[in-house]
Design a protein. Structure first.
Length: 130
DNA sequence: TGTATGACCCTGA
DNA sequence: CTCAGGGCCATAC
């Protein structure tokens, strides 16, 4: 069985408690939840893209929202954010930045090769079949 | 209320 | 390969 609709409510509570719940994502947090869920579903040793995550979450054409969702994701979720890269497998963080190195390090740590700041297409997954 | 800014993407030149 | 232009849209100010 695929990992869908895992209850995130108990994990979202602390976010609300932090006072960040105010009608997020256009008065509906389901979009962010959906994105977080998809990111959680990216298998170890693989990577996907912002656009693909958005599509899999039922939000075609909204890659930016994926970026935003990761940006505001509560630490408690411990999302595998490093498995999300830009189109073509490119790490979007500025080359040389702390985040860029961190993402490359985490990816390599689970066997994903990072060459010239990008993940080979073979390691990418469309994850459209969730 | 309007403008600026992004962890983006795609097409075309 | 780079660059421009359009789409997308939540948040910050």
């Amino acid at each position: 069985m695929s990992p869908r609709k895992k209850p995130l409510g108990h994990l979202l509570r602390p976010l609300a408690a932090a006072g960040r719940d105010r009608r997020m994502a256009g008065g509906d947090s389901s979009a962010l939840e959906a994105i977080w869920q998809i990111v959680c579903a990216i298998p170890r040793g693989r990577a996907s893209t912002y656009g693909a995550v958005a599509r899999a979450a039922g939000l075609p054409g909204r890659a930016r929202l994926t970026g935003f969702a990761l940006r505001v994701a509560p630490e408690e979720l411990s999302l595998p954010w490093h498995r999300v890269v830009g189109a073509g497998g490119r790490i979007v963080f500025a080359s040389g930045s702390r985040e860029h190195r961190e993402q490359a390090r985490r990816l390599r740590a689970e066997g994903v090769p990072v060459v010239a700041g990008r993940v080979p297409k073979a390691a990418l997954t469309e994850l459209q079949e969730l």
